[in-house]
Write a protein that binds this ligand. Structure first.
Ligand code: ZN
Length: 347
């Protein structure tokens, strides 16, 4: 799959740069199987939907009521939630993520919300590496609306790869999107600019939330981060949100970049897995954030894991490889692995 996108990519560059070539019967110039989208742009109060269908870009003006264009940030703390599920590091593996969500009853066979009043937390890194980012984003966008209507919630927490793309760091973008980008005549990050529906929606999202007695965050909360930033999570989310529009260069001119985008930051921290912390270190962090558990993604394992006597849960179950993955369930203070085939295994 990846190779075929690469061929299309190379050929697209070739066909765009070599306008003199008229060899249209060249099979390598065939983009007839290449489709992507929709991307919905907001331009002068109009909604313009662009799609690529069999290699051809189509554009149409949508009804202005079809999508909200203003997304108000959610609150950062939730209490008395009976059912929680967490899934992380999807990295464009839409088909596998859908399978996990279906088999565990979060969505139904029509890919509609089936988790009632439950809260589903996506613990960052939907972007990069894999080939079906946009499909995943639109699914989550829809599920968030459906969840709310059912008294549940979908929380899309931003991970380091969301922040990378929004800051134009495109090193991990899949070849498929290099083709789309060329065909649409926009840099990849511009497909999610503040003048797009999904781009605006992403810019309203949180980086860290607390549900019941658990914190959810992509990398983790480090001792150093607490020292530099404090523990006000609503304020932290606001700082992270407004940093999206700041340039890296400007953020790097002070300690800001190190605190919020460095190795000990919420989105990049790997210390629970690699820093040889002891139980007392974790307990101290938990006391400071007034929680009993921290659920993180970002560090890949073959399955969902617990560390430090169930204080830390790692929910990056290597979905990025495209073959297997799990989600975490929390019900009545009990933690379960939800496997790919829908079995629940108690921790
Ligand atoms: Zn990550």
């Amino acid at each position: 799959m990846k190779n075929s996108y690469l061929i299309i990519f190379i050929v697209t560059i070739f066909s765009i740069t070599s306008v003199t070539s008229q060899e249209t019967d060249d099979p390598f110039l065939d983009l007839t199987n290449f489709s992507d989208g929709p991307y919905v742009f907001i331009s002068n109060n109009k909604l313009i939907e662009k799609k690529i269908l069999n290699g051809v870009v189509t554009s149409k003006v949508l009804e202005p009521t079809q999508y909200d264009t203003i997304f108000t940030p959610q609150k950062s703390m939730f209490k008395n939630v009976e059912n929680i599920a967490a899934l992380s590091d999807i990295h464009g593996q839409y088909d596998l993520a859908v399978e996990i969500l279906k088999n565990n009853g979060i969505i139904d066979p029509n890919l509609d919300w089936n988790f009632g009043k439950g809260h589903l937390v996506i613990v960052g890194d939907v972007f990069d590496r894999g080939p079906k980012i946009n499909e995943m984003l639109w699914l989550l966008f829809k599920l968030e609306i459906q969840a709310k209507k059912n008294g549940g919630r979908l929380h899309f927490l931003l991970g380091n790869h969301e922040y990378m793309v929004l800051h134009k760091d495109l090193r991990y973008v899949h070849d498929r999107y290099k083709v789309s980008s060329k065909l649409l005549g926009l840099a990849y990050d511009e497909l999610y600019s503040n003048q797009t529906i999904i781009g605006r929606w992403l810019r309203s999202k949180s980086t860290i939330i607390k549900i019941n007695n658990s914190i959810f965050v992509h990398g983790g909360v480090s001792e150093e981060f607490i020292t530099e930033n404090g523990i006000d999570i609503s304020n932290t989310n606001q700082i992270m949100r407004s940093s999206i529009e700041r340039s890296k260069q400007e953020m790097k001119s002070t300690d800001f970049y190190k605190t919020y985008y460095g190795k000990k930051s919420l989105i990049w921290y790997r210390g629970y897995f690699y820093d040889n912390l002891v139980d007392a270190d974790i307990s101290k962090i938990l006391t400071q954030v007034n929680s009993e558990h921290i659920v993180v993604g970002h560090c890949s394992n073959e399955e969902i894991v617990q560390l430090y006597d169930h204080k830390i849960f790692g929910v990056d179950s290597s979905i990025k490889k495209g073959t297997y993955g799990e989600l975490l369930f929390i019900k009545n203070k009990q933690f379960y692995r939800g496997t790919l085939d829908g079995k629940q295994i108690k921790f």
